[in-house]
Design a protein around this ligand. Structure first.
Ligand SMILES: Cc1cc2nc3c(=O)[nH]c(=O)nc-3n(C[C@H](O)[C@H](O)[C@H](O)COP(=O)(O)O)c2cc1C
Ligand SMILES: [Mn+2]
Length: 477
């Protein structure tokens, strides 16, 4: 049975030893930042801060903090491999399950409209990174909009910085469906604001669907249904016709003027660097509805360090991996694909069974020419099928042993760039050099001189025999 709400998932994580409750008082100015960073580096549990200084709302972080948490959100066994999660994700999302509209739900336990709606009363002012310009209430706020042309809803995750008690910034990057809706809205209803609802703390699969990227129709809510394998229940907003998950902790209702832009940031980014100040849209609050004793959900974005993972990476970089995996699985010879979250989503690693000459370059071109993920992937590394694309040691082994720089590295300059790629100074970031590394064995070069590459000395058959009778040796490993 799918999780009914965030609280049910929190209870399960706690039972599995994957969530810690912090009863000690924590200062939202710096302490939540420090505790969550330390937990990320240790691949630690999710955390529920129950005693936030100066505030009576609890904060939950890291519910998708490691692949184990991700597996449990999908009701899979916590011990499954990342590859199994990828395959199950693709299998389930092939068959979207439409949501059910219900009359009301727990997210309507308190309804605060107009002047009664005050962001500061609900959201603890968390500084996720020391240099953030202001508290960001939206790190895991999920924005719901409706396509003014097709009527299909979208849900994405776009950050929101507090400006006043009823205003936040809202940063939607060019590739997002949210910004596309806003641009279409501006064409259809010039001068008018577009309704936007923001969901905090839904059941976990809606969060997963919002962070990943899907083709529409249907909406993310139907993909969330597919991931949880049951229809999601939605309720109508109070002040507009948008539909949001009924059991969510907090819903903000408001609107955005397409032409209104104000400063946003600095903010600590998923690359691990501080993102500078820029301009973003402004969200004007019209109503808040919430559960009794709501839980605020947020996350410390950044790059994974130490033994760790980061929730933001697991939510959206994994989403890129699923899209890429799905597209490449249809290509002859492709065995496995990964987009490591420690590469900030810039690397795609593909393993292949070599079928013909030139295959690695064909794969690189296929990735970079894709309109959805091509511009996000800076480096493509192609390895042979025996190399585990999810094991950085094996990938590095392949690069070290099989690459000749003049033969195996392909550079395509002057492609579309990514504004957060700090490998170039600010004025150069419009452009990017796509780089491919063919780290497969050059079998055709050996063939041309009438020889063969040396075989591996792994002897997997002998190892398997020994492992099967391991007890006999009395060695614990
Ligand atoms: C924690 C987190 C924060 C994010 N912040 C932003 C953001 O501020 N702006 C943005 O455009 N995308 C952001 N993203 C990425 C988008 O949510 C992601 O690309 C998603 O697929 C967009 O949905 P859409 O394709 O329906 O627009 C964030 C993702 C996560 C997981
Ligand atoms: Mn979308």
């Amino acid at each position: 049975m799918a999780y009914k709400d965030l609280r049910e998932f929190i209870a399960l994580l706690e039972k599995e030893g994957l969530l810690a409750r912090v009863k000690a008082e924590v200062d939202p100015e710096w302490e939540i930042n420090g505790v969550t960073k330390n937990l990320q580096e240790a691949a630690g549990p999710a955390v529920l801060f129950e005693n936030v200084k100066g505030h009576n709302v609890s904060i939950v972080c890291g519910i998708i903090g490691t692949p184990k948490h991700l597996a449990l959100a999908l009701e899979m066994d916590a011990s499954v491999s990342e590859k199994e999660i990828t395959e199950e994700w693709i299998r389930r999302t092939e068959h979207p399950i439409p949501p059910k509209l219900v009359k009301t739900g727990p997210c309507k336990e308190k309804i605060l409209v107009g002047g009664k709606a005050d962001l500061n009363a609900i959201f603890p002012p968390v500084k996720w990174h020391k240099e953030d310009r202001a508290p960001f209430i939206g790190t895991l706020g999920l924005q719901v909009t409706r396509d003014p042309e097709t009527g299909v809803q979208n849900t994405g995750i776009y950050r929101m910085m507090v400006r006043t008690k009823n205003e936040t910034s809202l940063l939607m990057c060019p590739h997002t469906h949210g910004l596309q809706h806003l641009q279409r809205w501006q064409r259809s209803y010039p001068g008018k604001p577009m309704p936007v609802a923001v969901v905090f703390g839904p059941e976990p699969c809606y969060l997963l669907a919002a962070g990943a990227r899907f083709r529409h129709p249907p909406a993310e809510d139907a993909y969330a249904g597919a991931l949880r394998q049951e229809p999601l229940e939605l309720v109508k907003c109070e002040t507009c016709d948008l539909e949001v998950p009924a059991t969510s902790e907090i819903i903000l209702e408001g609107e955005v003027y397409p032409e209104e832009l104000e400063p946003d940031g600095p903010f600590g980014e998923y690359t691990g660097f501080q993102g500078g100040a820029q301009h973003a849209n402004v969200f004007h609050l019209k109503a808040i509805t919430h559960r009794n004793n709501p839980i605020f959900q947020g996350t410390r974005e950044g790059a994974p360090k130490g033994r760790g993972w980061v929730e933001s990476g697991l939510l959206w970089i994994k989403g890129e991996e699923y899209l890429l995996y799905k597209a490449l699985k249809k290509v002859d010879g492709v065995v496995d694909v990964s987009v490591p979250i420690w590469s900030s989503g810039f690397h795609a690693i593909v393993s292949i069974r070599t079928l013909r000459r030139g295959q690695p370059l064909e794969i690189m071109q296929k990735i970079w020419s894709d309109p959805e993920f091509g511009s996000l992937i800076k480096h493509v590394i192609v390895v042979d099928e025996g190399v585990d694309v999810r094991n950085p040691k094996e990938v590095e082994w392949a690069i070290a042993n099989l690459v000749q720089g003049d033969r195996d590295i392909l550079v395509i300059p002057r492609c579309l760039g990514e504004s957060l790629d700090v490998s170039q100074s600010y004025s150069k970031r419009d452009w990017l050099a796509h780089t491919g590394i063919d780290a497969t064995m050059p079998i055709y070069e050996y063939e041309a001189e009438g020889t063969e590459p040396p075989p591996l000395c792994d002897d997997p058959d002998i190892k398997a025999k020994v492992v099967a009778q391991w007890q006999k040796y009395g060695i614990n490993i």
